[in-house]
Write a protein that binds this ligand. Structure first.
Ligand code: OOG
Ligand code: MG
Length: 261
């Protein structure tokens, strides 16, 4: 049985409150085992609507579960997307307050800054033609579900666990580096914790961008000029503790840094 629009709004409010209170909740699918992917994306949009009411504008979107390592870590084997709002963006080197999150984790990513609108479906080459610049990024994810456990539709409803992100100060113009195989080292407190390659992100981060365009085209939406797009974690995510200093270095693309307070 399809869930009513009112119920989808209520579920969005439940997730919104869980994020505000930094208190995890049971999975939505425990109560609503038949929740569909389409309904989950409707909840996600309602949740973003609630954030917008609080003054947090949209600054872009992110892809998630685009690498094997990420899929294995959370046991969900399908790429998904989420929305990024302004309050989620930190400057490189800034401090994130651990207390504002349920159980935050950090992961190494590649980001795109869009120069033009991009409408899917499109090829990876067409997607790259709409990009103005690329950079490396740290994404902080924080599931609003207990024990960081969820099904596909749960995590989609929860805006793909989006909670914060940091772009590197260095922006690389398109064509400046080959994005297909950049070494990525994520250090926590000076120790390499994850080592990977941008090749792990859907074989090439541009494919991830093209997939985002195709997925949102199903709802008549497009990637907008000026948007930030995160292509997805290249490695498994690492749990954050207060006091941690995180640094991502990507071959030819500079560094992104984050502190946890
Ligand atoms: C879902 C979000 C996945 C990524 O980069 O793969 C994601 C999660 O792992 O909680 O952001
Ligand atoms: Mg991510």
């Amino acid at each position: 049985m399809p869930l009513s629009p009112d119920l989808l709004d209520q579920l969005a409010s439940r997730l919104h409150e869980a994020a505000r209170a930094a208190t995890p909740i049971p999975q939505l699918t425990t109560e609503h085992s038949g929740l569909t992917l389409d309904e989950a994306y409707t909840i996600q949009r309602a949740l973003i609507g609630l954030r917008k009411i609080e003054g947090f504008d949209l600054v872009g979107r992110k892809m998630g579960l685009t690498s094997k390592a990420k899929m294995v870590q959370v046991g969900v084997h399908e790429p998904i997307y989420g929305h990024l709002t302004k309050d989620m963006q930190l400057l490189s080197g800034e401090t994130l307050s651990h207390a504002r999150f349920c159980h935050p984790r950090v992961e190494p990513e590649i980001a795109f800054i869009m120069g033009r609108d991009l409408e899917g479906p499109c090829s990876a080459a067409e997607a790259m033609a709409a990009v103005e610049a690329t950079c490396c990024a740290l994404e902080v994810i924080d599931s609003r579900y207990r024990d960081f456990k969820f099904e596909l539709t749960d995590v989609v409803a929860d805006n793909a666990s989006s909670s914060a992100f940091v772009l590197s100060d260095t922006l690389v113009p398109v064509g400046g580096v080959d994005l297909g195989n950049r070494g990525m080292v994520m250090e926590v407190n000076g120790e390499p914790k994850q080592i990977g390659s941008s090749a792990a992100i859907y074989e090439h981060p541009a494919r991830s961008l093209a997939t985002l365009a195709a997925l949102i085209a199903e709802r008549g939406e497009k990637v907008q000029a000026g948007d930030v797009v995160l292509a997805g974690g290249a490695t498994a995510a690492v749990a954050l503790s207060p006091g941690d200093r995180v640094r991502l270095r990507v071959d030819g693309m500079g560094t992104a840094e984050l502190r946890v307070g």
